[in-house]
Design a binder for this molecule. Structure first.
Ligand code: 2P0
Length: 323
C-alpha cells in the first residue's frame, strides 16, 4: 500500500549542536523548536516486491549517491522494525522555497519516517515516529510534532521529541531573512562534531544551554515573546561562539547576518519585540509579533530586498494518509 506523510520543518529556539552518540543520533543538550506552517515535505512510500533496489525521487528528479544511501539506510531501520526485506519507492516533494535556505532534513526525515513506517505495516505512535525520525536526522525528531516541541538527551529509547504546546493560539511568527541561498561550506553534521571536539567553550555551551531549558518552557507557557526571544537569541549566539572558537575556527555568519542582528537590536530599543536566531548558515530568522511585520520589513529594506524576507507561522504535527 502507498502511504503519504506531510511533515513541517522546524526552527530551533534552543539549538541542537552536538551528539553524544553519532550512530543513533542522541544530542548533548535539550533542544526546543517551533514547527512552521509554510515549509513542509510531502513523501509517498510503497514497498514493492518487483524492485531490486530502493528508489528515491526528490522534486521530480531521481536521487543517487550519498543522499540515496542515507534514505536507504533509513529504510533498512524501518524494514528491520517491520520484519520485511522488500525494497521501497520513495517520492518526495519539498515545499520549502529554495531561496529560503532553510534546512529540509527535519521535514524530510520526519515525513519519510511517517510514510515508510505505515507502508511497511507499522502503526507507530507520535513518540515512536519521533524516535524513528531521529535516526535519519536529529532535527527531524522535533518535526513530528506541531507548535513548540522539545527533544531531550537520553538513550535510544528515551531520547525522543515531545510536544510542549501543539496548537499555538497566540501571535508569534518567524521571518527568514535570506542572505545567501547557496549550499553551506561546512555542513551541520560536520560542523557540530568539529565544534564539540575542539572548542574550549563547548562544555560551557552544554551547561548554559541546559540551564536555558526551564526558562524557555516557562516563557512559552506564559506566551512571553520577549523572554522567548531573549533566550533564543542568546542560545543561537552561544552556539555560533562554539564554531568561532573551534580549532581551526569556522563561521556561518556574514557581515550581512550581523547587520540584520543589529537591526533587531535597534528595533528593540524602539520597543518592538524582535529577536534573531541563526542556524548552520548566514540567514537570520527573526522571532516577532505579526502586528510588527511592516515596521520590521521597512527596517530590513536597508539590507535586503523585500523578496528576501519570508514569513512563517506555527505549524501542525505530521499527517499520514493512505494513497
Ligand atoms: C537545530 N541544527 O537544532 C540545529 C541548529 C542546525 C543548527 O539540527 O547530523 O541536520 O542530521 O542530526 O538535524 C541541523 O542538524 O543534523 C540542526 P544531523 P541536522 O535545528
Amino acid at each position: 500500500m502507498h502511504f503519504t506523510a506531510r511533515a513541517h520543518t522546524n526552527i530551533a529556539l534552543l539549538k541542537y549542536w552536538g551528539k553524544v552518540d553519532t550512530e543513533i543520533i542522541t544530542p548533548t543538550t535539550t533542544s526546543i523548536s517551533l514547527t512552521l506552517d509554510e515549509f513542509y515535505t510531502d513523501t509517498t512510500v510503497w514497498f514493492d516486491e518487483k524492485l531490486n533496489a530502493d528508489q528515491f525521487v526528490l522534486d521530480n528528479e531521481t536521487v543517487t549517491g550519498h543522499a540515496m544511501q542515507k534514505v536507504s539506510r533509513f529504510l533498512d531501520i524501518v524494514r528491520q522494525q517491520a520484519g520485511i526485506q522488500t525494497y521501497a519507492s520513495v517520492i518526495s516533494t519539498n515545499h520549502v522555497p529554495t531561496a529560503a535556505g532553510l534546512a529540509s532534513s527535519a521535514s524530510a526525515f520526519a515525513a519519510l519516517a511517517g510514510a515508510a513506517s505505515k507502508a511497511a505495516g507499522l502503526d507507530l505512535t507520535l513518540t515512536e515516529l519521533s524516535r524513528l525520525a531521529r535516526h535519519g536526522s536529529g532535527s527531524a525528531t522535533r518535526s513530528i510534532f506541531g507548535g513548540f516541541a522539545q527533544w531531550t538527551p537520553g538513550n535510544d529509547l528515551t531520547s525522543v521529541g515531545s510536544p510542549l504546546v501543539s496548537d499555538v493560539d497566540w501571535p508569534i511568527q518567524l521571518m527568514t531573512v535570506v542572505i545567501n541561498d547557496q549550499p553551506k561550506k561546512v555542513g551541520s553534521r560536520a560542523g557540530m562534531q568539529h565544534a564539540m571536539e575542539t572548542s574550549p567553550f563547548y562544555d560551557l555551551w552544554v551547561n548554559t544551554a541546559n540551564q536555558q531549558v526551564n526558562a524557555m518552557i516557562k516563557a512559552i507557557q506564559n506566551h512571553d515573546l520577549n523572554t522567548i526571544g531573549q533566550i533564543a537569541e542568546s542560545n543561537a549566539l552561544q552556539m555560533h561562539a562554539t564554531n568561532t572558537t573551534a580549532v581551526p575556527p569556522f563561521n556561518y555568519l556574514t557581515d550581512k547576518s550581523w547587520e540584520v542582528i543589529l537591526i533587531a537590536q535597534q528595533l528593540r530599543q524602539q520597543g518592538i519585540p524582535v529577536y534573531a536566531t541563526m542556524d548552520a548558515g548566514p540567514n537570520v530568522k527573526l522571532i516577532s509579533n505579526p502586528c510588527d511585520t511592516e515596521t520590521i520589513k521597512n527596517a530590513l529594506l536597508s539590507v535586503v530586498s523585500e523578496d528576501k524576507i519570508i514569513n512563517a507561522h506555527p505549524g501542525p504535527e505530521i499527517k499520514i494518509s493512505a494513497g
